[in-house]
Design a binder for this molecule. Sequence first.
Ligand code: SF4
Length: 351
Amino acid sequence: MNRFDYVRATTAAEAVAAASAPGAAYLASGTNLLDLMKGGIVRPSRLVDVTRLPGLDRIEALADGSLRIGAMVGNADLAHDAEFAKAYPAIAEALLSGASAQLRNAATVSGNLLQRTRCGYFYDTASRCNKRAPGSGCDARGGDNRLHAILGWSEACIATHPSDFCVPLAAFDAVVEIEGRNGHREVALEALHRLPGDMPEQESALEPGDLIVAVRLPASARTFAAHSRYLKVRERNSYAFAVVSAAAGLVIDSGMIKQARVALGGVAAKPWRARAAEAQLEGSAAGPAAFSRAAQAALAEAKPSGDNAFKIELAQRLIVRALVSAAQGTSERIPALPASPFSSPAGALHV
Ligand code: SF4
C-alpha cells in the first residue's frame, strides 16, 4: 500500500480545502475505498476523514414536505427508521437489499452513492481496464461480461453501477446537496452519475474537493408510498450485487394510473430512470397490458454488450413483476424483507 496523508476534517470548508489537493479522497466508513486501496486499484495520496463533521448524521423533515438525509446517516439506520420506511418503502427495501447486515451497519448514504463498479476486471490489476487505467483497453468486452451493461454503454466501458439505494432515489427525483470550492450547489441524483462515453474514469458530476453533504427527497416522493416496490434479482439471495433490479411507484385512482415512476439497476453505469416506461403507464388502466407496454418501452434501446442478452428479457419481466406488486399495494410489513422477487407474496394496502 502507498503512503498517504490522513486529515480529520472538523468543518465542511476544511474538508473541501483538504480534498481539493490532487490525489485526495474522502474517507467515510471506507467499506469500498479501503478494499480498493488494499488491492492497489486506487492510490490516494491523502485521505480526508469526514466522519466527525457535525450535522451530517441527521434525518430532517423540512417545511416544504421534503426529507433531508445527511450524508453520514448509516444505510441500516435509514432503512430501519420506521417513519422513513413507511413514507418511502421502496427506498427502505432497496437499502435492505444491498450488501450484508454488517456492511449496511457501517456504510453511509454518500458512500453508497459513490461506490465503484464491481466489474471483476476493474478489481484485477493484471487486466486491461479503461476505468482504472485510461487508454489501456477493456478486457470485459471480450471476457466474462454476462453481468455487464445493456444500456448506455460505450466501446470504452460496459460496467454497471452497483448501488441498490440509487435506483429508487432516481425514480423519486432525489437531489444531492454538495459543498464545493465555489460554495453550495445541488444536482439531481439522476445527473450525478455519468455514462462512460470515451472517459469511463470520470464517473460523476463531482469536481475535485466536492463533498456530498445530504440527499433530499422531494415532497412528491411520498405520494407513491401506497404503491411502491423494489425488486432485485441476484445470483445468491444472501449477499450479491444486482443482475437486474427495478424500482416502481404508482399513484392509482379508480384503477387508473395517475403517476408512475420506474427505474432500473444493474443495467448501466448509472441508475437508469425509465421515462419511456412511465409515459406508457400514466393515463392507462393499472393492469398487465400497460405493464407489458412499459417493460417493452423501458428496454427499447437496450443492446447486449456480450454474453448478457438474457438481461433484456429479465429486466422486462422484473419491471412487470415490480409493477404488479406495486399496484397490489405496498406490504404492511415495512420495510419488506429483501426476499427473492420470485417468492415475495403480494402486499396488502397499508395506507
Ligand atoms: Fe474496466 Fe469498464 Fe472494461 Fe470493466 S467494463 S474492464 S470497468 S473499462
